[in-house]
Design a protein around this ligand. Sequence first.
Ligand SMILES: Nc1ncnc2c1ncn2[C@@H]1O[C@H](COP(=O)(O)OP(=O)(O)OP(=O)(O)O)[C@@H](O)[C@H]1O
Ligand SMILES: [Mg+2]
Length: 147
Amino acid sequence: MTLLQKLEGGMTCATAKSLVDLGEAFGYLLKDGDIVALRGDLGVGKTTFTKGIAKALGIADSVTSPTFNIMIQYIGMINLMHIDAYRLDDCECLEVWDYVQRPCVIVIEWPERLVELQKNITHDLRITIRKNEKRWIILKMLNKKIL
Ligand SMILES: Nc1ncnc2c1ncn2[C@@H]1O[C@H](COP(=O)(O)OP(=O)(O)OP(=O)(O)O)[C@@H](O)[C@H]1O
Ligand SMILES: [Mg+2]
C-alpha cells in the first residue's frame, strides 16, 4: 500500500513529531503546481504538518504560522507558498498566482475561506483530534491538475 492509499484510509499521529514526519513523507510525493488543502479546527496541527512538507521540499527556513501575514513563500528546491486564510473576509481574493514563483507547491490552511483556489485543490486533507491528543489525518485525492 502506498502512503497516499494509507492516507486515504486515514492515519493516526500520536505526537506532533510524528505529524511532522508524516508531512515530510507526504511532501516528497508533491510536485510543482500541487495545491494541498489542510482542514481542521484551530490548533489541530495544520502548521505542524506543513513544517514536514517544507522539509521535504528542501526548505531550510522554519515554517511558522502565517496567520498574521496570510501568505508566505519559502524558497526551496520546490518553493512553498503557505497560506492561512483564517482571517480573510468572504470573497477576498489574494491573486495567489501573481505571487508564486515556480516550481511551487501551495498549502492552504482554512481553504474554505479562499474561493480562488478551491477548484484547483489536488490534495484535500482533514485533521481531527482523537483521544489523548492523538491526531487523525485523512486524505481525499482530487486529481485535478492545474496548468
Ligand atoms: N499528536 C499531535 N499531533 C500534532 N500536534 C500535536 C499533537 N499533540 C499536541 N500537538 C500540539 O498541537 C499544536 C498544533 O498547532 P498548529 O499550529 O500546528 O495547529 P494549526 O492547525 O495550524 O492551528 P491554526 O488553525 O491556529 O493555524 C502544536 O502546539 C502541537 O505541539
Ligand atoms: Mg496554522
